[in-house]
Design a protein around this ligand. Structure first.
Ligand code: MIC
Ligand code: SF4
Length: 647
């Protein structure tokens, strides 16, 4: 029974629709809330439309516009209109452009302790700061959850991170999660949900907790969450949502698979060095690093609390002449409160370039650093090229360290700034939901607006019995979805147009990949460990599939990307080190008897035709995943199951 006693177990138990709560087994759970953002959302609603369901069946679904807000052409604006009309038509709340980053706004206005949230964005676990079980998923899984279909997942292992002690001055929540990334690496959370507990929890505000659960995504964890306690109640009261509060705590005897203890008083300001969020060092060790840009914001650190601290530190000072300081507040609530209490003026006076409340530079939507430049960011990802400048170096740090870098021009311990200011949690936030449009009651007549850049989902054929594939890329460990399909202001406006965005697949790792893939009858990718870490973008599975990628043979897969591959009919096969070593780009492989293999075997023979060798790759898939792959993806599978029952 112990699994039911930690917070994760309690929430899963309450939402269980299918299966048993035994770690490693597949279960289906009820999803209370969904969130989508625009860059992944257009596909979600196209997919939802193709399911033929009339109205969402969740307690609350919200559609946010926050990623593609730079309108250099008609594409993004058209997507916004499409999303607004689809939200109205299908019963979804619509958070207008200018209202803020999905995770920040969801925390402020919608998150409910003890409920489940599925979001088409990998940082959805931010809402875990409120004691919600919040998970990122591919868009298709989110559209199915909107249709009331259970979300299928493997019962995860649960790791308790027990927090004791008190954060020293100049050390923040960001340093807690950077410390964990240093200890556990970007693979440390794979297959797990991280639950926080211990006496130090009560000293962490909700935005602090959300910074920590947000970056659990960088650990590869399914989700991360905190208890819901008096601090949670105070936050929800201050958001005028006291009625949404419910306490939730782990019970005596809760059975955790692992326990880690962190003494907060031992932490120091940390920085994640390029090219990965787990290359963490103390800021003290990096004082030689000169800085060209400081960017403050993103869903990791853009709350009122964070930015009020930034304003206090900037008060009366000026950004170093060699540093471009940009600040993107997380939400309209945050910006409006900063404007009213004078903090915004402090930032402007310090020379900060104030950006709109959106993801902005975090996803390469503007503010690319200079070539070879150094950017210090309060964000959560520093993968190469993500900033928009291929050879820029991005360091991730707390707002305190970021301000110190902005004022001095180099990485330095923020103690140089004097006495740390105190920031109290506000007794009440400025609550104004006028930029969130609730869905109308009667929606049948609402027309969906589709601009010329919005193309229908490509149809996928069922899995053939034999595949002849050319290996066009052999990738190293920890390849990210940014490597597979980059963000940035050129590719992002094409998120609703799969044929067009496919041209960007592997753009930096394998030049002309798209062209070469189209010339083959089928393509395979060979990958290392943790293939596809990072974002939830299903485009990183669908666009390669559109180019003919039928199989990825890797040492291991990141959870979200693995699910997306299956959803779009791409075989994720596991290979051992020795076979990985034998494979080279240009190999021709043949996979035969796939129908039998997917129906009843846990291995498939890989014939490397040009090398005259063969070996076995592992099929590690649930029964349902096998059916989905045979059908040619999850949409085909559900169409057969629900929409064309006679099939
Ligand atoms: C990201 O941080 O990489 C993104 C952009 O928010 C993605 C979603 C996307 O690619 O649209 C994510 O984290 O899931
Ligand atoms: Fe937006 Fe960056 Fe957060 Fe992704 S990580 S949701 S791009 S702010």
């Amino acid at each position: 029974m112990a699994y039911r006693d930690h917070i994760v177990g309690q929430i899963l138990d309450e939402h269980l629709k299918e299966g048993e709560l035994i770690p490693g087994k597949e279960i289906g759970i009820r999803i209370d809330q969904t969130l989508t953002q625009d860059a992944t959302g257009t596909l979600v609603y196209l997919e939802f439309m193709s399911l033929g369901v009339d109205r969402v069946r969740t307690k609350r679904s919200v559609s946010y516009i926050d990623h593609n807000t730079l309108q250099t052409g008609f594409e993004n604006a058209d997507d916004h209109l499409f999303l607004q009309s689809a939200a109205a038509r299908y019963g979804v709340h619509f958070s207008r452009p200018g209202n803020g980053i999905c995770h920040q706004v969801h925390l402020e206005r919608f998150g409910v302790p003890g409920q489940t949230l599925l979001g088409s964005d990998s940082h959805t676990p931010s809402a875990g700061g409120l004691g919600m079980l919040a998970m990122g998923a591919g868009g298709l899984d989110v559209s199915l959850a909107m249709a009331g279909i259970p979300f299928y997942m493997t019962v995860p292992r649960v790791m308790l991170v027990r927090l004791i002690g008190k954060l020293p001055p100049w050390v923040g929540a960001k340093d807690v999660i950077l410390y964990l990334l240093k200890e556990l690496t970007v693979k440390g959370g794979v297959g797990k949900i991280i639950e926080y507990g211990g006496p130090a929890v009560k000293g962490l505000s909700i935005p602090d907790r959300a910074t920590i659960t947000n970056m659990g995504a960088e650990l590869g964890a399914w989700s991360s969450l905190f208890p819901s306690d008096e601090v949670t109640k105070q936050f929800l009261d201050a958001q005028k949502r006291g009625n949404d509060w419910a306490p939730i705590h782990a019970r005596e005897g809760a059975g955790y698979d692992e326990i880690i203890e962190i003494d907060l008083s031992q932490l120091e300001p940390l920085v994640a060095c390029p090219p990965s969020p787990d290359k963490v060092k103390p800021v003290q060790a990096l004082s030689h690093v000169k800085v060209n840009q400081v960017a403050i914001g993103s869903c990791a650190n853009s709350s009122f609390r964070d930015l009020k601290l930034v304003a206090k530190l900037l008060h009366g000072k000026k950004a170093h002449p060699h540093v471009s300081l940009v600040i993107a507040p997380g939400s309209r609530q945050v910006l409006s409160m900063l404007a009213r209490d004078g903090s915004l003026a402090d930032m402007i006076d310090a020379g900060a370039r104030i950006l709109e409340v959106a993801c902005g530079p975090c996803i390469g939507m503007g503010q690319a650093p200079p070539s070879g430049g150094v950017s210090v960011r309060t964000f959560n990802r520093n993968f190469p090229g993500r900033s928009g400048t291929p050879d820029a170096e991005v360091y991730l740090a707390s707002p305190q360290v970021a301000v110190a870098a902005a004022l001095t021009g180099h990485l330095v311990h923020p103690e140089v700034l004097g006495i740390p200011p105190v920031v109290e949690n506000p007794e009440s936030f400025l609550v104004d939901d006028s930029m969130i449009i609730p869905p109308p009651q009667h929606t049948e007549e609402i027309a969906i607006r589709m601009g010329p850049n919005i193309k229908p989902m490509p149809a996928l054929e069922p899995m053939p019995d034999t595949l002849n594939l050319k290996v066009l890329l052999k990738a190293k460990d920890n390849i990210t979805t940014d490597d597979i399909l980059p963000g940035g202001s050129r590719a992002l406006p094409l998120r609703s147009n799969i044929p067009a965005i496919s041209e960007f697949v592997f753009a930096s790792l394998a030049p002309n990949f798209a062209e070469r893939a189209k010339a083959e009858s089928g393509v395979a990718i060979v990958g290392g460990e943790n293939y596809g870490q990072g974002s939830s973008r299903e485009h990183a599975a669908l666009a390669p599939r559109h180019l003919g990628v039928y199989a990825v043979l890797a040492k291991s897969f990141a959870r979200l990307h693995r699910a997306n591959l299956i959803n779009f009919g791409v075989l994720p096969l596991l290979i051992r080190d020795e076979y990985y070593n034998k494979m080279t780009e240009g190999d021709y492989i043949q996979l035969t008897d796939l129908h039998m293999a997917l129906n009843e075997r846990d291995k498939v023979v890989v014939k490397v035709e040009n090398k005259h060798i063969e070996y076995e790759a592992k099929i590690d898939l649930s029964g349902q995943e096998r059916m989905i792959l045979l059908a040619g993806g999850r949409l085909n599978f559900y169409r057969r199951k629900f929409i064309e029952p006679d099939h």
